[in-house]
Design a protein around this ligand. Structure first.
Ligand SMILES: Cc1cc2nc3c(=O)[nH]c(=O)nc-3n(C[C@H](O)[C@H](O)[C@H](O)COP(=O)(O)OP(=O)(O)OC[C@H]3O[C@@H](n4cnc5c(N)ncnc54)[C@H](O)[C@@H]3O)c2cc1C
Length: 516
């Protein structure tokens, strides 16, 4: 499996890179020659159909690091979208989808392009369906603790509006300021407070979405059901391949009345992981659990003596009713003592909180580095071995590479390992295969450790080659569902390991030969 993945990714993206010029020439030409612009203008207004190249160029890729590396060299991974369409309502989305079906033109839903797996990259001049004009909160239901919001609403605006009413939705990704509510659900995202509020699939309880035939799917926001498999679960995480989400109904919570911050220095990573496990298995509800390896601890704790002989940091933050917070704090401190942790000043946490929505990737990119992040999940029993194995293998193949990790999404049964990999500035011809090899090591070892290849970033384009390894027979189930719901392959073709359209860039073209 590992070898397959390595070859697939390396060849796939090297190949796409080599073919870039051809695809740049294609940019917009096939679709704009057909000129369906007028047809869509009749549905959503001429001003909401963007045809010029400059506007379409802004939608050529998301924040997939590989695409950013290629962009540094002036190259595209895919094509430009044929047109950009900006509908305002669920009905307009339905009308656009029906028209796209009639014209047999594939489309890609677009939130704010903050995805990091290439989910919105057009592979053959797809229409880009920018949902950002759908940006209102439709209902705040205080009694049932639910909010209904349009999918294109800006994440930070949404959370700010809830806070102003005394609520939070509890989904606070690092990308809060650059993403949409619909994008969170489409990618099955996870926020920084997931240990208290859950991932987005625990928060979204109902939605409206448009299926590839233009039908409106309306999932009512009910507590729980036992009426067959969950359709909601099929749509949350579909990344635009099965449905365009137009509205979401989400749980909300009152803003917590009390908070307690506990910053700990621990002897090693194993102690930190044990602490996280104990906290979650005891049924506590911390809003933040952040466990850092030695490298990430060192970068955050300069000048704090406690980390001299205890080089690993844990930040635990409790919140809620004051009496519960006080009781949980007693238990956390008992657990901390049992793993030989020492409590220290809260400065590292306070500093993290101030910059919690700021990404450091851009600064590395600007300096010519190849920076990337990979988040996977694994059971507690395999967590230490997963880290050690990946760290050792990366050091072997790329001694100059940076590798570090933290664990900030914890569950009773296991943990998300969030890894940063970074290659120093070098020729791209050398860097890209090496970058692919680091991905193969991290992802292949995750599968070998029985883990999942993705915790919250989604799969998009880049993780396609590993989707069979991830799901086994389940991937064929997904392929059949996709083929049944979307027989024309209209919705975001070529993503999530699904087949691309004929004549589009096929990122999986050579995969079968590598599998032998
Ligand atoms: C610096 C940085 C930090 C990040 N931190 C986090 C984090 O903490 N947690 C986390 O979960 N993610 C994180 N991400 C990843 C990314 O921000 C999330 O995946 C986010 O949910 C994507 O939202 P978006 O609106 O930008 O979607 P886009 O990037 O526009 O789209 C992502 C995918 O979803 C599909 N899509 C978008 N909207 C819809 C819709 N309405 N209906 C159907 N499909 C749709 C697209 O077609 C695409 O496949 C981070 C990214 C960056 C760059």
């Amino acid at each position: 499996m590992q070898q397959i993945c390595s070859n697939a990714v390396e060849q796939t993206f090297a190949q796409i890179g080599n073919r870039v010029d051809r695809f740049e020439l294609w940019g917009g030409s096939t679709v704009t020659k057909l000129d369906p612009g007028a047809e869509f203008s009749a549905l959503i207004g001429e001003e909401n159909v963007l045809t010029d190249e400059a506007a379409r160029s802004g939608y050529a890729h998301d924040r997939l690091p590989y695409a950013n590396f290629r962009a540094r060299e002036g190259a595209l991974v895919g094509t430009l979208p044929g047109l950009v369409l900006r509908p305002k309502t669920t009905e307009e989305v339905a009308a656009v989808v029906r028209k796209a079906g009639e014209l047999d033109l594939p489309l890609i839903p677009y939130g704010r392009g903050s995805g990091v797996l290439g989910g919105i990259i057009p592979l053959g001049n797809e229409l880009m369906l920018d949902v950002r004009r759908m940006n209102r909160i439709l209902e705040l239901d205080r009694e049932n603790h639910l909010v209904t919001v349009e999918a294109g609403m800006h994440g930070e605006d949404f959370e700010d509006a809830l806070n102003a009413q005394g609520f939070t939705c509890g989904h606070l990704p690092q990308s809060l300021t650059i993403s949409t509510v619909g994008g969170w659900a489409a990618c099955r995202g996870g926020g920084q407070e997931s240990s208290r509020y859950g991932k987005i699939e625990n928060i979204v309880v109902g939605l409206k979405a448009i299926l590839p035939d233009g039908e409106v799917l309306d999932i009512r926001p009910l507590p729980k059901r036992a009426s067959g498999p969950s359709i909601l679960d099929l749509i949350v995480g579909n990344e635009g391949t099965l449905a365009v989400i137009t509205q979401l109904t989400m749980r909300i919570w009152t803003l917590p009345e009390a908070e307690e911050k506990i910053v700990l220095a621990l002897p090693d990573r194993e102690a930190a992981l044990n602490l996280g496990r104990k906290i979650m298995q005891a049924g506590l509800h911390p809003r933040i659990v952040r466990l850092y390896d030695e490298k990430e601890t060192a970068g955050r704790t300069e000048g704090i003596a406690a980390f001299g002989d205890r080089p690993v940091m844990a930040n635990i933050v409790l919140c809620g009713e004051a009496a519960i917070v006080a009781a949980e704090a007693v238990i956390v401190r008992e657990f901390a003592a049992s793993v030989d942790a020492v409590e220290t000043e809260t400065r590292p946490f306070d500093e993290w909180r101030k910059s919690r929505y700021v990404s450091i990737t851009k600064q590395w990119l600007e300096k010519g580095y190849y920076n990337d992040t990979i988040e996977v999940t694994v059971n507690w029993t395999k967590a230490t071995s997963l880290y050690d194995t990946i760290a050792a293998r990366i050091a072997q193949v790329a001694p100059d590479a940076h590798f570090s990790a933290h664990w900030s999404h914890v569950y009773p049964e296991g943990v998300c390992q969030y890894m940063t990999i970074r290659l120093p500035p070098m020729d791209q011809a050398k860097a890209l295969p090496l970058h692919a090899e680091l991905w193969e090591i991290a992802t292949g070892e995750t599968l070998a450790h029985g883990g999942s290849i993705a915790h919250h970033h989604g799969s998009g384009l880049f993780r396609g080659p590993w989707m069979d390894g991830e799901h086994g027979a389940g991937m064929e189930v997904l392929r059949r569902i996709k083929a049944a719901i979307d027989p024309q392959n209209l919705f975001n073709p070529g993503k999530l390991g699904f087949p691309p359209r004929p004549n589009a860039i096929d990122p999986y073209r050579d995969r079968s030969t590598h599998e032998q």
